[in-house]
Design a protein around this ligand. Structure first.
Ligand code: FEO
Ligand code: CA
Ligand code: CA
Ligand code: CA
Length: 631
């Protein structure tokens, strides 16, 4: 598999191919177990009408909630699509804002379709495979920070190499095209575009110096020969979801960082991974980038601590292009999806975070100090307590604190090997927690549990069994669901919460059991694998998908990956946008005036959007034709 080219598939799909799991489904068994969970149902029923409809759906997949005059959606939902472009409802328009390779500075040439452009300018252009993004308004300017999750080796490296890096220059080019872009954009008569040469334009990539802060900073496990202090690392990688702080900084989340590391020493390769390495997927071979062959930093044999310096949440000040980014070890180390920040009743900072791996966990950080506007925010993202979720089948749950007392680990160890700390306290194994989104109007939080083929099939990488449980009720789950919880007393710092399932994706045109999905799934809104998510300023839940787009079998009628809107109160979900075949739709943010929605089209297929024969990931703007607000 080492010559498999990740260019052709998403990172998640690559993982499936690289680590194939047994196909094992027994739907009768699934339904029996799900329905017999009285606790699960009572949990569902604890939450009003939408949830009740959903609970009924678990039993018999009741008919769809019909579009009614009372619908809160300001658009007519669109059908599924299987073609090679983007579709939005009547009365809406979209256009490309920035594509992979577009110059951020005038000294970079326009994109070269043959090899992506020269190495010398590869950190002067918009990176590849956009993911999480956030907008910031600063002194009348519109800034946007955008993650670049991974790079296509086949296109960016010289033709004839088959996507294999042949030297350190090849590796450097790939490193330059990933990470984060901060740029200024402006809206003109033809729409939004990049303000070339803006003083705010900046690329942060795999070699950008970044300070390490928090409880694990300077710990021996973070020290390397190049950085004996353990406080300064080069680069942020696998930048997946995003977040933002109340003080106006950007958070980028390091997800599949293990994909860049390998080992060269034959005895180490033969010995295999340590338990700590294995828990984080660090092994002898990477996912094909071959950094470790040309850049010793990524050779675990010579730099065993370098992988410990990734898997963090990184803070970037988009308004200061000279500010060094900061890795916050207080937020734990795992395959971070996004970081959803809010304030507790007493002003303490609360950060919700998913660990996107089969059978891993959902986390919450609560700061020690309170956020006071205008006062110093130093330490707010590091000095506090990590918690991990335990979901009980009676519809309640508890945030379990990860402390030396509860885990038997020292605090820096809890930060560095967070997964092991969470296993130690008996957290609930989840179906791949992706984005977390808070409803600003209802003290409720949503998390996409994208899918999990190994639910009930095999343990997680730490050996924790993964039987079906309340929020993860289907064995070998290939459709995904969205769990929702309400903090006890409406206080995000509270340890207790009540939960339900907002939706279980499924296919009622194919299945009559739990795989039909919940009652708010119908032939008109079919989707699988919820992933990106955000709640807009009107309280609408936007759901983006990263799933199978075969449009056949279990996935018949779902079409391409898409974005849907959900009403939190009624549970109604409708389709708003479809992406080009092959893509995932990920990343969502709005212009300051809410008249533009920005979202990302990652790893499209076909020839989108240029028709040049080469698909290019891009950020697009979606607007109403009458320039009305779009969220
Ligand atoms: Fe980068 Fe879990 O998505
Ligand atoms: Ca992705
Ligand atoms: Ca994702
Ligand atoms: Ca995903």
């Amino acid at each position: 598999m080492s010559d498999f080219d990740m260019t052709d598939v998403s990172a998640d799909e690559w993982d499936e191919l690289h680590f194939p799991r047994p196909e094992e489904n027994d739907f009768d068994h699934v339904v029996e177990r799900a329905i017999s969970r009285r606790g699960f149902l009572s949990g569902v029923l604890a939450f009003g009408s939408g949830a009740a409809a959903m609970g009924a759906g678990l039993l018999d997949a009741t008919p769809a909630l019909a579009q009614s005059a009372a619908s809160r959606f300001a658009f007519v939902p669109i059908p599924a699509q299987t073609d090679a472009t983007v579709h939005v409802p009547a009365g809406y328009r979209w256009h490309v804002v920035a594509r992979w390779g577009d110059p951020l500075f005038s000294d970079a040439d326009p994109y070269d379709i043959t090899d992506g452009g020269p190495l010398s300018k590869s950190d002067r252009v918009f990176g590849e495979n956009t993911d999480g993004m956030e907008t910031f308004s600063f002194r009348g300017r519109q800034l946007i920070a955008i993650n670049h999750e991974y790079a296509s080796r086949r296109v960016n490296l010289p033709a004839g190499q088959g996507g294999t890096a042949a030297d350190a220059q090849d590796v450097r080019k790939l490193q330059n095209l990933q990470g984060v872009t901060v740029m200024e954009i402006s809206e003109g008569r033809t729409g939004w575009s990049v303000v070339k040469d803006s003083p705010f334009n900046r690329r942060i990539h795999h070699n950008t110096p970044i300070r390490i802060a928090g409880p694990a900073a300077g710990h021996p496990l973070l020290r390397t020969e190049a950085d004996p202090t353990g406080t300064l690392v080069l680069g942020t990688m696998s930048n997946c979801g995003s977040g933002r702080t109340p003080w106006g900084t950007y958070l980028t989340c390091e997800e599949n960082f293990n994909s860049y590391f390998g080992m060269t020493a034959p005895d180490e390769v033969a010995a295999g991974s340590t338990p700590e390495q294995a828990r984080y997927g660090i092994g002898p071979r990477d996912w094909g980038y071959h950094y470790y062959k040309w850049d010793p930093r990524f050779d675990v044999s010579s730099n065993p601590n370098e992988p410990n310096r990734f898997g963090w949440v990184v803070e970037i000040d988009p308004t200061d292009p000279h500010a060094m980014p900061i890795k916050h070890t207080g937020l734990g180390r795992f395959k971070h999806e996004n970081a959803e920040v809010t304030l507790a009743a007493d002003g303490r900072l609360v950060v919700y975070m998913g660990d996107d791996e089969r059978g891993e966990f959902l986390y919450k950080f609560v700061s020690r100090g309170a956020y006071v506007p205008g006062a110093s925010t130093d330490g707010l993202l590091d000095d506090g307590t990590l918690h991990v979720a335990r979901f009980d089948d009676d519809g309640t749950g508890e945030w379990l604190s990860l402390t030396p007392e509860t885990t038997g680990m020292e605090l820096p160890g809890i930060c560095i090997h967070t997964r092991m700390a969470a296993s130690a306290v008996g957290a609930t194994t989840m179906d791949r927690p992706e984005w977390v989104a808070i409803n600003p109007f209802a003290d409720e939080v949503y998390c996409s549990l994208t899918n999990n083929k190994t639910r009930g099939v095999k343990p997680n990488a730490g050996g924790d069994e993964t039987p079906v449980n309340g929020p993860n009720p289907r064995e070998a789950n290939r459709f995904g669901q969205i769990v929702r919880w309400r903090p006890r007393g409406g206080d995000h710092a509270a340890n207790g919460f009540d939960w339900d399932l907002y939706v279980m994706a499924g296919n009622p045109t194919v299945h009559q059991d739990a795989y039909a999905g919940s009652g708010n799934i119908n032939a008109g809104n079919l989707f699988n694998s919820p992933d990106g998510m955000a709640v807009d300023s009107s309280g609408m839940v936007w759901i983006q998908t990263d799933g199978k787009d075969t449009n056949q079998g279990d996935f018949a009628g779902m079409g391409n990956n898409q974005m849907l809107a959900g009403d939190p109160a009624t549970g109604e979900i409708v389709r708003f946008l479809t992406g080009p075949k092959g893509c995932e739709v990920t990343g969502l943010t709005w212009s300051a005036d809410r008249r533009t929605m920005f979202l990302g089209i990652q790893h499209p297929g076909g020839s989108w959007p240029d028709g040049t024969g080469l698909p290019r990931s891009a950020v697009i703007a979606v607007k109403r034709a009458d320039n009305g607000p779009v969220g």
